[in-house]
Ligand binder design. Structure first.
Ligand code: ADP
Ligand code: MG
Ligand code: ZN
Length: 479
């Protein structure tokens, strides 16, 4: 029997607000335990939540960017469960009436575009954190840190439209790119700012009903998502083939072994006893507000990619690399504004700039060669002051010193030699010293031409204008 996998993803997106969703406490990461708390996020009786407007704005942004309808009226609900890091005994979330409904994202799979439905996006608060530690004077202990309690999250729930681990990863990457572009999430998967639960089931190919799903919790990298889903599909198929049944449960992925194991049976929604939170009034969002947010959205990656191809004439590959992050695309455009030739700018950004960033571990926003400096460098090449090759040396020097390219060229005497007299003199010397190769060339072995170019360039310390060198060399060799 052949099997078909079915996958739906639930993604938690931690929002980049300064304060928490229902109180004024800071959301800053890394502060001493419990130092960013107040009666509201400690869950003290009688403390009342007040909704952070920024969270709603961010949710609208996310919703619009992923093609959702924004609900004119949505409701916060209590999701009841007990856990030591949840002092209230419930999490404030949204249930029957979430803020965003019926969205979708288009992903590229093997050259085809596939539309993945998104059921909903809702707002909720995060829980605190249990820290299992060796506490001095106490020994092994579990401590509660409530700094994270009440941190704003969006939960993005996809339809079960994904059919393979690769599709799931493509969807996840696209969603990740969008929330980072929107400036609502830092996208840091290791710190848990963008985490994913994967629901996986299998069914016989052609079946009209889905199989029972297992939910794999909190997978925190694209690579692990792929591994976890692939492992889970295999596990379920083997189980069924052996006459077993998949049970609905929550499983954990272990990156060390690349396997998933059962954590607990999956609760059903009715176990949570959801009900509207009486402390929070229904959230009413005006059309005007939605339109304001829509107008404030940045150009999204899909639109930018299309524009780079259509208006700038860049190949798909370049457009895709340059728009992968908003900062990289902004850098590219800042340089392009000063030196309006898309292809050379693209080549330098994808080449030297990216190489420099990779080698140094710097982010593009901290790139020591600013778009202004890069544009000046490209203008020097255009003007014939330096060759493309020398420009790379100047680039490295700019990276180290942050000096202007013209100053570096001047200081190091790197100005390109285009003076035919001087180049001719070098060529004559090289030809005289290599009579054997001259004979070979004249005997029809044209390959040695490259050898001569190399010699001349070396003798000029890379400063000879390559076009002039080619020209003169050819004349002398043929003549
Ligand atoms: P829960 O809170 O129980 O996890 P949600 O409705 O929040 O339920 O999320 C369910 C997720 O599981 C959705 O992403 C949905 O697409 C996915 N899903 C539902 N049924 C299946 C199935 N049979 N196989 C795979 N995924 C499924
Ligand atoms: Mg869920
Ligand atoms: Zn607080």
């Amino acid at each position: 029997m052949k099997y078909q996998a079915v996958i739906g993803l639930e993604v938690h997106v931690q929002l980049l607000t300064n304060s928490k969703i229902f109180c004024g406490c800071s959301t800053k990461f890394g502060a001493p335990p419990n130092s960013q708390t107040c009666p509201v996020c400690l869950g003290l009786p009688g403390a009342l939540p007040v909704l952070n407007k920024k969270v709603v704005e961010f949710a609208i942004r996310a919703g619009l960017a992923t093609n959702h309808s924004i609900a004119p009226r949505s409701v916060f609900a209590r999701k009841n469960y007990f856990y030591p890091d949840l002092p209230k005994g419930y999490q404030i979330s949204q249930y029957e009436l979430p803020i965003c409904i019926n969205g979708h994202l288009d992903i590229e799979v093997e050259g085809d575009t596939k539309r993945i439905g998104i059921t909903r996006i809702h707002m909720e608060e995060d829980a605190g954190k249990l820290v299992h530690a060796d506490v001095p004077g106490v020994g092994d202990d579990s401590c509660v840190d409530l700094n994270r309690a009440c941190t704003p999250l969006l939960e993005v729930v996809s339809e079960p439209d994904l059919r393979s681990a690769d599709e799931a990863v493509a969807y996840l990457k696209k969603l990740h790119q969008i929330v980072v572009y929107l400036g609502i999430c830092d996208g840091n998967m290791e710190e848990g700012s963008f985490r994913c639960d994967a629901n996986v089931s299998v069914m016989p190919v052609g079946s009209a009903t889905f199989g029972t799903r297992a939910e794999i919790k909190n997978v925190n990298s694209f690579k692990f998502v792929k591994q976890a889903i692939e492992y889970e599909i295999e596990r379920q198929i083997e189980l069924i083939e052996d006459g077993g049944k998949v049970v609905q449960e929550t499983r954990l992925f272990d990156p060390n072994s690349g396997t998933t194991r059962s954590m607990r049976g999956k609760e059903e929604a009715h176990d949570y006893r959801y009900f509207p939170d009486p402390d929070l009034v229904p959230l009413v969002i005006s059309d005007d507000w939605v339109e304001d947010v829509r107008l404030s959205l940045p150009e999204l990656p899909v639109a930018r990619l299309a524009r780079y191809q259509a208006e700038l004439g860049l190949p798909f590959y370049d457009a895709e690399v340059l728009t992968a992050s908003r900062e990289l695309a902004d850098y590219f455009e800042a340089c392009l504004a000063l030196y309006p030739q898309a292809k050379p700018v693209a080549n330098w950004v994808m080449g030297e700039v990216t190489r420099g960033l990779n080698d140094s571990g710097l982010a593009i926003t901290a790139c020591p060669v600013t778009p202004e400096l890069l544009a000046e460098l490209l203008k020097l090449i255009d003007a014939g002051t330096i060759s493309n090759k020398i420009a790379k040396t100047v680039f490295d020097e700019m990276w180290q010193s942050g000096k202007a390219p013209a100053a570096i060229v001047e200081e190091k005497g790197l100005v390109q030699v285009s003076d035919t007299g001087e180049i001719e003199r070098i060529i004559d010397e090289i030809l005289a010293a290599n009579q054997g190769q001259v004979e070979e060339f004249r005997g029809g072995k044209e390959k040695v031409f490259g050898f001569f170019v190399g010699q001349v360039m070396r003798a000029s310390k890379g400063k000879a204008n390559p076009a002039v060198v080619n020209d003169l060399l050819l004349k002398k060799l043929k003549g």
